[in-house]
Design a protein around this ligand. Structure first.
Ligand SMILES: Nc1ncnc2c1ncn2[C@@H]1O[C@H](COP(=O)(O)OP(=O)(O)O)[C@@H](O)[C@H]1O
Ligand SMILES: [Mg+2]
Length: 312
């Protein structure tokens, strides 16, 4: 059995009549970045709040490092870092004071807390704002501060609720790279929620897709999308010729010429091997030059849309 950092069973939360999360069985293996994807209102934040012990489930179990989040709260919190959806920091404190304070709360000495705070402020790119008041920071800067706060106790498991939602594209890229580095260099396990698919794809090894409170799919991204690369764009010397030949192949679901040199092709997943075997032959027989061949669309996005019932 793989080592699971997080395991939930039948995790469920109602708000009155409204069911926000229903019978979720999340499995987050050790050392991976797990992307928790879903549209707005899907139940991501509710799930994460329960996982970190901020919100009681209506029913269901949560194990973090094999421990019960509620009854072994202190032990779990020692190993856990959490960036909430709306990070909180005292408005009249400076980022430096806030981090030192949080560091002290997590058991560091004053000297350790100051050192750690400096290091983290630099790490998240807030070094120059270390002594500004929190209430003068932008939403993005507060999010960076929240990220630093989540790391103050050197957690082994990092839970990030849409950590890039207030950042510009450069900031997003920067934070996501840092998440990836933490996982690779320090062996952290990360659970990161987002509604932005390419973001998740960039950093994650695993993905779980939630919709209307239900987990729709979960697994290793490379396994999940291995079956998804079924649409291609081929650039050839004569698209009409290729089109005529491909129409006769039984692995082809759809084929059409985009213009006189490019062909769109959709292939039956179960028969896609035939494509690799016959295409070179077709090209040779028809004396066609192949200038380009690439899968189109984003496979994870296609999976996401398909599982949500939006496409195909
Ligand atoms: N405290 C609450 N009271 C009532 N409904 C809530 C509360 N928190 C969340 N919800 C509802 O639960 C659903 C899931 O919300 P949330 O977990 O915040 O979704 P996400 O983070 O995926 O956008 C939404 O319909 C939301 O309105
Ligand atoms: Mg949310």
């Amino acid at each position: 059995m793989t080592d699971l950092v997080l395991e939930t069973s039948n995790l469920t939360r109602f708000f009155g009549e409204k069911c926000a999360v229903y019978r979720l069985n999340l499995k987050v293996p050790k050392g991976v970045v797990y992307g928790f994807l879903g549209p707005n209102g899907a139940g991501k934040s509710t799930t994460l709040r329960m996982v970190v012990g901020c919100l009681r489930p209506t029913y269901g179990k949560i194990k973090v490092f094999g421990l019960n989040v509620f009854s072994d709260r202190v032990k779990v919190m020692e190993k856990l870092g959490y960036l909430p959806e709306k990070p909180v920091a005292y408005p009249y404190m400076t980022p430096m004071d806030f981090l030192v304070y949080m560091g002290r709360l997590s058991g560091l000495t004053r000297k350790e807390a100051v050192e750690k705070a400096r290091e983290l402020l630099d790490f998240v790119g807030l070094g120059r704002l270390a002594y500004s008041k929190v209430n003068t920071l932008s939403a993005g800067e507060r999010q960076r501060l929240g990220f630093a706060q989540a790391l103050i106790n050197e957690p082994e498991f990092l839970v990030l609720d849409e950590p890039t939602s207030n950042l510009d594209p450069v900031g997003r890229f920067d934070i996501l790279n840092k998440v990836r580095r933490l996982a690779e260099e320090k062996g952290l396990t990360v659970l990161i929620s987002s509604h932005v698919i390419p973001e998740v794809e960039r950093v994650s090894d695993y993905v779980g897709i939630i919709n209307n409170g239900l987990l729709v799919v979960q697994g290793r991204i490379s396994d999940l999308i291995a079956e998804e690369e079924d649409e291609y764009l081929l650039e050839v010397s004569d698209s009409k010729k290729l089109l005529e030949r491909l129409r006769k192949e039984d692995y082809v679901i759809e084929v059409r010429a985009r213009d006189h040199k490019s062909v769109y092709l959709k292939v039956d997943l179960n028969k896609s091997k035939a494509l690799w075997l016959t295409l070179p032959k077709i090209l040779a027989e028809e004396k066609l030059a192949l200038y380009g061949f690439r899968p189109i669309g984003d496979p994870l996005e296609r999976l996401f849309l398909r599982r949500l019932g939006v496409a195909r």
